[in-house]
Design a protein around this ligand. Structure first.
Ligand SMILES: [Zn+2]
Length: 255
């Protein structure tokens, strides 16, 4: 047999030839089903590179809806953006571990136009970026992919048919999402259906140990629980600063 082996046109064709010659399959190097490279490290059916590419693509598709959740007005907001530092007064960032790590609830307090929503959107962007990496755990991917941005002032009342029926879909979705940004508590009218819906969302999510990032456009706890606003049980679930469970950040002002 002096003839040179012909180049392979079909990946794995040498397996067939080897079989015809009575050789066991096992001696031929494995090839990748997608790129056809022979003799590379394999993860399942694919080589290491194709597996990584496929996983990256799967994550990108899963996360594209979550990326669309970020309102157009805040697409610029990420922690490297200079505008964030200009717009957000103390603190100019939320520690990375708070975003990807443990706390169930993060509340950002401060007056209007002080960058609370920008900060929350930058946090969401950071989480999405982490979740896109192939090595990110599936728990982080699920949390990021199901993230929702909910504007309190746009919420309907909690229940259909004037309060007697099932939950309105928007409210039910906001309760079920693995992570929500609940934006603009205190921007709604006192004693409005939005107060009732936001209260329900916060209480239910807290009971189910889901992650909520809320922005509050009120001065402090006293304003939050003033007449027609929220009751103490709701305040209790967002306003404590308890590392690992709840974090409270204040932007603007001197505090
Ligand atoms: Zn491959």
């Amino acid at each position: 047999m002096s003839a040179k082996p012909t180049p392979e046109l079909v990946p794995g064709a040498h397996n067939v030839l080897a079989a015809l010659e009575g050789q066991p399959f096992a001696i031929s190097p494995p090839s990748c089903d997608v790129c056809g490279i022979v003799g590379v490290e394999r993860w399942g059916d694919l080589c290491a590179k194709c597996s990584t590419d496929r996983e990256r693509h799967r994550r990108r598709v899963l996360l594209s809806r979550a990326r669309d959740e970020i309102p157009e007005l805040y697409r610029w907001a990420h922690f490297e953006a200079k505008e964030l530092r200009q717009r957000v007064r103390v603190p100019s960032f939320v520690p990375f571990i708070e975003i990807v790590g443990a706390p169930r609830t993060i509340s950002i307090w401060g007056p209007a136009q002080h960058g609370k929503t920008s900060l929350a959107c930058a946090m969401l962007r950071t989480l999405l970026r982490v979740a896109e990496k192939p090595e990110a755990p599936d728990t982080v991917l699920a949390r990021a992919a199901g993230a929702r941005f909910v504007k309190v002032a746009m919420l309907p009342g909690p229940r259909k048919y004037g309060g007697a029926g099932a939950l309105n879909e928007e409210v039910a979705d906001a309760i079920d999402a693995p992570l929500i940004v609940l934006d603009g508590l205190g921007e709604e009218q006192p004693d409005s259906p939005q107060v009732a819906s936001a209260s329900l969302i916060i209480l239910e999510r807290h009971d189910r140990e889901r992650i909520s990032w809320v922005t509050v456009a009120l001065q402090d706890g006293a304003a939050f629980t003033s007449f027609g606003r929220y009751d103490g049980a709701v305040l209790e679930r967002i306003a404590r600063d308890e590392p690992g469970r709840q974090r409270k950040f204040t932007v603007g002002g001197s505090r």
